[in-house]
Design a protein around this ligand. Structure first.
Ligand code: FAD
Length: 369
């Protein structure tokens, strides 16, 4: 008889949600994480009494009432609404592209005027089926917005020319013909009061936890530590990279503390010119309407050589998906190991989606007993 029913590798949102559901069902869970803190990428560090989003800004949003209630059981959420500002060489514009943006750019006041202006700009371009990101963007928003707000920002992010990037990346570009600066369309949105760590702490209550513990330092022993394993690390690492490494796009963060109460007046500012080396500046206190005397900002830089950096965004192109398929074939034959979360599934998940996935997998697990 083993001491634990489940060993959960990774205390991010997937692992923590899975652990929560299993603990609730009376199972004994041990959660390990190689980092010195829980929460994976939603972890916040307190600096100057401000919750600093350590791995990039996180805003919870969902259309699903059940998931909204689920996260609100651990702490109430505030009314934060994501409305980034774009900064193009000192000119400021509202995001996502909406009537406010169009008014600042062109002085257009009605949706009809704005649509006519966009149509006028792209008429002579004769774009048919867009062949790349540049053509797709031009077709959606015209030349001005493309030049000032999309082209250089996207090229900085990807380290590639917009004409060399596939069109699909920008298919769902939010464009609105209303005066609405809310970035997300979802019904529910906010930041947990007290920070994301509150949610993670609530999820992990009642299970055993070991930090600074890498599964691979002792793989064979860990495999015997529990009846079943839930693995939320990189799937290629689990199989010793035998079919090659899956690629990720990465980011680098530089933190600054400023002796001022309010640095940029908004939580998120995107720098959309080519010259500014960073892509975004976050001012963390604004996620929680903070009134602390100082402020903490993070500059976000794209990373060129992502291989040794923190893996953030999977690159789901043909080459990587082909490699992934081979790993998935092995994973599907495992009897003791459940793979879940963004790294084990090599999939971009928003927070609400990763919670939904963990809830579904834990439910199936309990059903199949
Ligand atoms: P992770 O959080 O990565 O957790 C995996 C954990 O496993 C980590 O703690 C890691 O240390 C641990 N681990 C890995 N390997 C090992 C090992 N060998 N041994 C022990 N432990 C190991 N979502 C939103 O909904 N809204 C947003 O605004 C938003 N912004 C984002 C911004 C950025 C820059 C990024 C990259 C993502 C953003 N997301 C956002 C997505 C969100 O971060 C993810 O949905 C979520 O964090 C995924 O949780 P996870 O548990 O799958 O993975």
């Amino acid at each position: 008889e083993k001491k634990y029913d489940y060993l959960i590798v990774g205390s991010g949102l997937f692992g923590a949600t899975f652990a929560h559901e299993m603990t609730k069902a009376g199972k004994k869970c041990l959660v390990i994480d190689k980092r010195d803190h829980t929460g994976g990428n939603i972890h916040c560090k307190k600096i100057e009494d401000i919750n600093v989003h350590w791995y990039g800004a996180h805003i919870f949003h969902t259309n699903d009432k059940f998931l909204w209630d689920f996260v609100n059981q651990f702490t109430d959420f505030n009314r934060y609404t994501n409305s980034p500002i774009a900064n193009y060489k000192g000119e400021l514009y509202n995001l996502p592209f909406n009537m406010n943006t169009f008014y600042s750019l062109w002085g257009t006041k009605t949706p009809k005027e704005a649509k006519e202006e966009i149509a006028r700009q792209i008429k002579h371009l004769n774009i048919g089926e867009p062949q790349n990101l540049e053509e797709q963007a031009l077709k959606l928003v015209g030349t001005d917005i493309y030049e000032k707000l999309i082209k250089h920002y996207t090229e900085k992010q990807w380290g590639k020319k917009a004409t060399a990037l596939p069109a699909f990346i920008i298919k769902r570009l939010p464009v609105r013909f209303t005066y609405d600066n809310n970035y997300f369309n979802d019904k529910y949105q906010g930041i947990p009061i007290g920070g994301f760590n509150k949610v993670i702490d609530g999820l992990l209550a009642g299970c055993d936890l070991r930090l600074n513990t890498d599964f691979f330092d002792n793989k064979s022993e860990w495999l015997n530590a529990a009846e079943k394993i839930v693995y939320t690390g990189k799937i290629d690492a689990y199989y010793d990279y035998r079919f090659g490494e899956l690629e990720y796009r990465s980011l680098r963060y530089e933190l600054e503390v400023h002796d001022t109460e309010n640095y940029q007046g908004n939580a998120v500012m995107n720098f959309t010119d080519a010259e500014t080396p960073y892509t975004r500046v976050y001012e963390h206190k604004h996620f929680e309407f903070g009134t602390q005397p100082k402020t903490v900002i993070t500059k976000e830089y794209p990373v060129k050589d992502a291989q040794n950096a923190e893996p953030y965004y999977p690159v789901n192109d043909e080459k990587n998906m082909h490699i992934l398929k081979k790993y998935q074939d092995l994973a599907s034959k495992e009897e003791k190991v459940i793979f879940g979360g963004r790294l084990a599934e090599y999939r971009y998940y928003d927070m609400h989606q990763v919670i939904a996935s963990a809830l579904l997998k834990s439910k199936n697990e309990l059903k199949n007993e």
